[in-house]
Every structure is written in C-alpha cells, then in structure tokens.
Ligand binder design. Structure first.
Ligand code: SF4
Ligand code: SF4
Length: 433
C-alpha cells in the first residue's frame, strides 16, 4: 500500500480524552431547542414563522436570501416561543428561533419513503440541495449549492474528493458516521457528483490506518458509472487540510499519470446530508457530534438534533467531573471557544471538548529558541519570528497571510506562546484592512 502525504512539518496528534471511535448514542430530544437561522452563513435568512406558531418536524422556518445564506428548518415539532439574537463565540450576532417541543413527530420512527434520483438532472438536484439547506457540515458551514455553482462556473473538470482523513481524534463523529452510514455516504457522493455535472471522477482519500474502510468505500462505489479511485494518505495532522490533502492527491495523480482537474473536497457528514435531502426529502435535522475532554465524565459520539444546547449534551455524558478550564466547539487544535453552555449545536459543529486544564506548562514564558515551531509548520514558515514581529508591530502583509491556521506551532511551543492565535489575528486584520 503506497501512502501519500504532505512533505514537511505536521505532528501526530493523540488525545485519550476524545470519545472512542465506535458507535453513536442518540442524544435526548431537546425540550427547548434554539434553531440558528444564519449562524453559518453570511446572507440573510428571513423567519417564516412568528412566536406562538406551531411548527412541524422538518418544516421550512427560515428562507435564505442573498449570497451565502441557506434555508433553515425546524428540527423538532413544537411551538415557537421567541426569536433571539444570539452572540456567537467569535463575537458576531446571529438570529435563532427558540422552539418548545410539542406535538407529533412526522419523521422520527416512521418508515422512510425512498425517492429515486438517477433520472434527475443536475439542476433538479441542485434545487433539492438548495431547498433543504445543505451546507458543508464543518468549517464555516458554507452553502453546498453555492460551492457546486462556483465549481461549475469556473472549472471544466472536477474530481469529487471524499475526505475520510482522520488525523485528529476529535474527528470521531465523522469516523462513526462512516461506519454507521457507509452506503448512504457513498450514494450521497455520487448524487453530488451528478449535481456537479462536470465531475469525472470520485476519489476516496482515506487515512492509511483505515485500510478496510477505504476498501469498503471503493467496493460500494463500483455500482455507479463514474470512475473511482482509492488513495491512502498519511495520518499526520494536518493531512486533512485542503492544502495538504491536495498536495498528497497531486502526487498520486502524477504517479498514476492521471488528470484529475480541480478538486471539490467534501466530508462524510455533508455527503450523508445530500443523501437525506435527495433520497429521503429531509433537511439537515441532526448530526454526529463527538463530546468529551478531560472535564467530561463519559465522552461519547452522539447523534444530536440541531438546536440542542451544549449543556444538555454534557449532562447526557454524565456532566463535568470538575469545573472545566476551557470549552471548545470543534477540535482543540482549531476550534473556537464556547462562552455560553446554552449555545446550540449548529450544522457545522462536529465536536465539543471541555478540558480541566491544558497539558504541560500553561504560563506564557519567553521563547527559548528551541525551534519546535519551525519544525512542525507544514508551510515552512518561522512562527517564532512572525510572532515576535507582530508583537513588535513590524510585519510585512504577506508574512502572516500565508498561515492557514493549523495550530501546530502553538501546540508544540514549550513556552506556551499563543503563536497561531496571534498570527491568525494579524492575518484577519490584514485581510480586513
Ligand atoms: S504558522 Fe500557521 S501554518 Fe505554520 S504551524 Fe503555525 S498555524 Fe500552522
Ligand atoms: S516553539 Fe516556542 S519556544 Fe520554541 S522557538 Fe518556537 S516560539 Fe520559541
């Protein structure tokens, strides 16, 4: 088995406090849910319901308008209590509807009707993806329909990459989904390829440590008429990042004398959501979330309704063993701080992590010039120098802009300097100037 990897830097990231990659448990249905209207989008989403209205499970409750916006749906049946303006942890406000669960579930526990898609053209598929509010279920939760439109407009040939790269134990939710919904995600991948119209190949990019998973994916793909490739990639963090994954795939392309065109890279959760939208006519109502960390009594992967508050997930995991020092949504390496435990799970939240105290020395000290940060930077930057120059307000614009925020430099720094935080802040400041 040949393994393709990015050439330099990176680190092996293990965390025994992450939930084990096994099976998921169903999170309790939330008595009160806070359904974000536009937490992951830049456009406007206009509520179609008002306080006092009854909503059905899966009903359209927010209509997207403008670039970046996606439709919002009720994730439980109930009554709308109020509309709130919620302050996200990154400081911006978004609208959300507070819904008290009541009434009957129309989808949960019912036999699902299956709709065929093979005869649908790409525009019909895109219309369904738009209608059901499908987003990239990670990062900033970009609209999938817009991503596909952009690719169709700007490139002639697309290779759809299924990113099953587990370089971070906090990706346990995606891993569990791969195990529990393998057929669905493969079918969702070929539906997406048909929606792209220009997708000439599907590539399963799989961590070399998960050989069996890769072979199962490829075997299931055999029944579709778009050719597929299985590429084993390294498991060193940040292999999953777009840049590092592209580097590995271009090496494979060159070795095999192929021509992939442009890569459209999507994760398992997004592809399973496409399957739900097109085959089951279901919007995104739930997602897999890895909940754990040293402060959580019983870490586990949970299948959670969108809008469930984080404190309810923690409670179902046995609560905190002690007061957490930090709570993060996403991976400890690149996640964002959670400032309020009433914050709801949104479509892009794949992990919630609460730690008692960070390992190692956490008092900032002077740089000891050990060079660790330089050794792990996959871009070959000098994080120490960048950091010092930003602090001294002596920075050229392009220096910080190259950083893609993997966080490797910060993790290895024995002086606990917030290297990537400061570099990224500078990058955003430069970009917004
Ligand atoms: S400088 Fe940026 S790209 Fe390099 S290791 Fe730090 S966060 Fe990653
Ligand atoms: S890892 Fe930290 S202490 Fe070591 S050179 Fe980089 S900034 Fe300095």
């Amino acid at each position: 088995m040949r393994v393709y990897s990015f050439p330099r830097g990176g680190l092996s990231f293990n965390d025994p406090t992450a939930p084990s990659k096994g099976s998921s448990v169903l999170a309790f249905l939330p008595a009160i849910s806070i359904v974000p209207l536009n937490s992951n989008s830049s456009g406007n989403v206009y509520p179609l319901v008002s306080p006092g209205d009854l909503v059905r499970e899966g009903m359209l409750i927010g209509r997207a308008s403008g670039a970046g916006a996606v439709n919002a749906h009720a994730t439980v049946p109930g009554r709308v209590l109020r509309k709130v303006s919620w302050k996200g942890s990154e400081g911006f406000f978004y609208d959300a509807l507070v819904i008290r669960m009541e009434g009957a579930f129309e989808k949960l526990g019912r036999r699902e009707e299956i709709f065929p898609w093979q005869g649908m053209n790409s525009y019909d598929l895109l219309r369904v993806i738009t209608e059901y509010g499908i987003v990239e279920m990670e990062n900033r939760g970009r609209s999938l329909a817009e991503m596909i439109f952009t690719f169709r407009r700007t490139v002639n040939k697309i290779a759809l990459v299924v990113r099953c790269v587990f370089d971070d134990p906090w990706l346990a939710a995606d891993y569990t989904l791969c195990r529990e919904r393998l057929e669905d995600l493969v079918e969702g991948c070929f539906i997406t390829a048909q929606a792209c119209a220009k997708a000439e190949r599907v590539i399963f990019a799989v961590s070399h440590t998960d050989k069996e998973l890769g072979e199962q994916l490829l075997a299931r793909a055999g029944k579709y008429n778009i050719p597929s490739s299985l590429v084993f990639v390294g498991s060193r963090y940040p292999q999953r990042n777009r840049r590092e994954l592209e580097l590995a795939l271009r090496m494979y392309e060159k070795n095999e004398n192929l021509d992939f065109g442009s890569f459209m890279i999507l994760g398992p959760s997004t592809l399973a959501a496409v399957y739900d939208a097109v085959k089951l006519k279901k919007p995104i109502m739930d997602r897999y979330v890895a909940v754990g960390g040293s402060a959580v009594r019983r870490p586990q992967v949970m299948k959670v309704r969108i809008g469930t508050r984080i404190n309810e997930l923690i409670e179902q995991c046995g609560g905190f063993v002690d007061r957490p020092a930090k709570i993060v949504a996403g991976s400890p390496l690149q996640g964002r701080p959670v400032v309020d435990l009433d914050e709801p799970v949104d479509k892009a939240c794949f992990a919630v992590f609460a730690m008692l105290k960070a390992p190692g020395n956490h008092t900032e000290q002077n740089c000891i010039n050990c060079g660790e940060c330089r050794a792990v930077c996959p871009l070959g930057l000098d994080p120490e120098e960048l950091y010092k120059r930003i602090i001294a307000a002596d920075i050229r614009e392009s220096d910080a802009c190259k950083c893609h925020g993997c966080g490797c430099c910060k993790v290895v720094c024995p002086s606990a300097l917030p290297l990537s935080d400061i570099i990224l802040k500078e990058k955003l400041g430069v970009n917004h100037a």
